[in-house]
Design a protein around this ligand. Structure first.
Ligand code: ADP
Ligand code: MG
Length: 347
């Protein structure tokens, strides 16, 4: 969590732009057949044969999307890749390549960028994607990161947001709210640190939720899990902004309504205890917290026996006719319209 003040600092000017790119990218290897040309020319060249190419891009801005006072740069590199791969997996595709572009001010030494790239390299290795290019430039203040992820899929496997039908089941992978709770812990410790820099907090009870915030994983495994169950989702989206916002996207794109059952929302025990500690409602956290990078999808009702009881998935509701709207069915069995910020009774 704390910055090591004794680190070496090599000025970026020493290397020059080309030296820097070469230095940061030299250890990356290409593993995909589809990567014909990676880093080193004016553009990369890809060949997906008979498959469709899937492309997604995201930008991360210091002070808006991340805070370097508690986000180690290696984690930031890893998370920047995860955020983008998640969008490829949400199309039911396989991620194959990434480009990574960075803008940094002269406050960043070479060692800081090495840390960032160590995170990128770990993500690329674990998720089997080739780094095929990027751009390196300077900023007047702060760090800006843009990652583009590229993937491949058979046309028939691609899952859009618009395929859900009334009576389809609404399913989510993993559990929700952890990343937001982790952020609350980190923000609190940052304030404590400002007052007492020598305080060594015991964060071990929060390991899971802090990892969900600082080192999220994206759900590369879901495509294969669903294939193994012989289920083709009818619609899919990744949970970057919170369950309620993603449900509304699915409903809008598919022109359906939905009933989401509060009691079915999957929460890790550490999320429940952190919510108690911070006096926040755990349902609200799952609905509005965001950054969980789980996948939310719909399946035909006939597939219920195939997925029922599966530890990777929770069936949290079902889709309805559009005119019924998108609703949360609370534990006390009242229907509350879902809004992007959570739901009305809490605003
Ligand atoms: P150009 O002037 O054509 O934009 P660059 O000098 O920016 O070329 O980049 C040279 C090569 O290095 C290209 O293949 C580019 O994709 C790659 N590259 C540049 N910056 C990065 C980076 N931060 N990470 C990975 N690859 C990079
Ligand atoms: Mg360039």
């Amino acid at each position: 969590m704390l910055e090591d003040k004794n680190q070496e600092r090599t000025s970026l000017e020493k290397l020059g732009e080309f030296g820097l790119i070469q230095h940061l990218t030299k250890s990356f290897k290409l593993n995909h057949k589809s990567t014909l040309k990676g880093i080193g020319d004016d553009a990369a060249v890809l060949d997906f044969g008979g498959k469709k190419a899937i492309v997604s891009t995201d930008m991360l801005v210091e002070g808006v999307h991340f805070d370097l006072s508690y986000m180690p740069l290696k984690h930031l590199g890893y998370k920047s890749v995860m955020v983008n791969l998640s969008d490829i997996y949400a199309m039911n595709a396989i991620a194959t390549q990434i480009t990574v572009s960075i803008a940094v001010s002269n406050r960043f030494p070479l060692e800081a960028l090495e840390e960032f790239y160590a995170g990128v390299a770990l993500a690329a290795e674990l998720y089997k994607v080739d780094l095929i290019g990027g751009d390196t430039t300077s900023s007047t203040k702060g760090m800006i990161i843009s990652v583009t992820a590229i993937g491949e899929a058979n046309e028939a496997d691609i899952t859009y947001r618009n395929g859900a039908k009334p009576n389809d089941l609404l399913v989510v992978s993993g559990d929700l709210g952890g990343a937001y709770c982790g952020l609350q812990v980190l923000e609190r410790e940052k304030e404590v640190f400002k007052v007492n820099p020598n305080n060594q907090p015991d964060l071990s009870p929060y390991t899971y939720i802090i990892e969900r915030q600082l080192k999220p994983e994206s759900r590369k495994d879901i495509k294969g899990l669903l294939q193994g169950l012989e289920i083709k989702p009818t619609a899919m989206i990744d949970i970057s902004d919170g369950l309620s916002s993603e449900i509304l996207h699915l409903c809008k794109a598919s022109e359906v309504g939905c009933n989401l059952f509060e009691e079915k929302i999957p929460l890790d025990p550490t999320v429940i205890s952190a919510c108690e500690e911070f006096s926040i409602d755990s349902t609200l956290v799952a609905l509005s917290g965001g950054e969980d990078y789980e996948l939310l999808f719909t399946i035909d009702q006939k597939d219920f026996p195939k997925i029922k009881g599966n530890p990777h998935f929770s069936i949290i509701g079902h889709m309805t006719d559009k005119n019924e709207g998108a609703n949360l069915v609370s534990r006390s069995d009242t229907k509350i319209p879902i809004t992007a910020q959570g739901w009305n009774s809490f605003s």
